[in-house]
Design a protein around this ligand. Structure first.
Ligand code: NAD
Length: 245
């Protein structure tokens, strides 16, 4: 086992209240592209003169719903994706009572699919959808199978994903729970996030515990604050450190 992964394993062994804070890099090994890596959505030819942040903004959804859903269905929803060893390892740590919460910026629902229970989804989930008129809820397939803009089968309103679009506020209850979990953690493992999307990225400043671990393929602005930095594939690192692989 790599020296740094062994150090992570030792930290996990000695910790009693671990919180994991993650982003899109957690799911790249499941075949879901992140936004900012070389092969991420930002660097793909989108055939549109807009960047992904504009394409998944509230104003774009309101003014160009057809184009919004084209992009959303093509680039943001992956119904066949399966959890990788990062998701599975974290679920195992929760089952063992060591990990108390996952705070995620991801919208893919893969932590729950892996078996994790206490997951705070800062940016919502593509698994949940609701009618903007009457509030009726729908699953991901309803939106994916709709021809163009999904329409409510009860009232004819537009059905939208329960995800936080750019220009929209985060759910204060989810933020409070996430802050609370991070403040009480003895170890915070941060992984697969570029830490540039605020306010989510600012949550790690609430950590007051003993071990701050950063796992990312590249450098992040928080590297200098961390007790352990591992620049490697997070599915491999968490998988090995938790005995999944
Ligand atoms: P990001 O794209 O800005 O950054 C991803 C980071 O993960 C990068 O720093 C990259 O180096 C790293 N990374 C990629 N693959 C990795 C791997 N296998 N192991 C370790 N590190 C890896 O993502 P972000 O910081 O989460 O911010 C993007 C926003 O886009 C988020 O708000 C998120 O909601 C959304 N998003 C979500 C998904 C998803 O749900 N899976 C996918 C794309 C974007």
């Amino acid at each position: 086992m790599d020296d740094k992964i062994k150090q992570l394993k030792d930290i996990i062994d000695e910790s009693e209240n671990i919180v994991f804070f993650g982003g899109a890099g957690v799911s790249t090994a499941s075949g879901i592209p992140d936004f900012r890596s070389a092969d991420g959505v930002y660097n793909q030819k989108l055939n549109r003169n807009l960047n992904p942040e504009e394409l998944v903004s509230h104003s774009y959804f309101q003014h160009y719903p057809e184009d919004f859903f084209d992009f959303y269905k093509e680039k943001l929803v992956y119904p066949d994706a399966e959890p990788n060893n990062c998701h599975l390892g974290l679920a195992k740590l929760e089952e063992e009572g060591k990990l108390k919460a996952i705070v995620t910026q991801n919208i893919d629902g893969l932590h729950q699919k892996a078996g994790s229970k206490n997951v705070y989804e800062l940016h919502g989930s593509t698994e949940r959808n609701y009618c903007t008129n009457c509030g009726k809820t729908f699953d991901a397939d309803y939106v994916l199978n709709a021809d163009g803009v999904p329409i409510c089968d009860v009232c004819g309103g537009v059905v939208r994903p329960d995800v936080v679009l750019y220009e929209e506020a985060l759910d204060p209850n989810v933020i409070n729970s996430a802050v609370n979990a991070i403040q009480n953690a003895d170890t915070l493992i941060v992984g697969g996030t570029s830490l540039v999307v605020y306010p989510a990225a600012g949550l790690i400043d609430f950590f007051r515990g003993k071990n701050l671990v950063l796992i990312n393929k590249g450098e992040t602005i928080a590297d200098n604050k961390a007790d352990l930095v591992i620049n490697d594939d997070i599915a491999k690192v968490i998988g090995e450190a938790t005995g999944i692989e």
